[in-house]
Design a protein around this ligand. Sequence first.
Ligand code: AR6
Length: 173
Amino acid sequence: MKAEIKIVQGDITTLDVDAIVNAANNTLLGGGGVDGAIHRAAGPQLLQECAGLGGCETGDARITAGYRLPARHVIHTVGPVWHGGDKGEPALLESSYRRCFELARLQGLKSIAFPAISAGVYGYPMRAAAEIALKAALAAITENPGLERVVFVQFNDAAQQVYLEAAARIGIR
Ligand code: AR6
């Protein structure tokens, strides 16, 4: 059976899934946006584990425990900062999603939830970011039969609409 892709609006820190993805920065030492929310909800032990990881390259990902979160794990990825689109941003954003799905497969995770990586402070246009995210999910589902549920979580109405429209363009119901 193929995994389901769900597009929902809400706060990613509340989701009961095997892993939530954090839109982190290269230090992995926390920040604002969804990164700040995840660290606040997970508690100080998350920062402690992150401090031992030695950072993360843009387009790559690292996995930790979820601590006080309902999610069992946090997959921290560093998306690209948007510099106009001709500085390798699409390939780096694809790489972020691909690496998250790879870590999920290696750990045998069945459910994973993503925020709109790079589409906040990092300035990636939401429409283009949503298409990359959804296409990466379709590829991952094909490659990983153990994956049951992929959730895309939007913080506001506008982003939710953009994701739903992107899903319709790509042919995801
Ligand atoms: N649940 C779901 N989505 C959220 C939540 C939440 N609780 N909070 C924010 N968002 P951003 P980036 C949405 O800026 O662009 C941090 O400081 C938000 O509305 O969090 O990858 C890091 O440390 C937006 O659509 O991540 C980095 O320095 C999306 O999550 C930098 O920001 C991503 O916005 C990373 O920037």
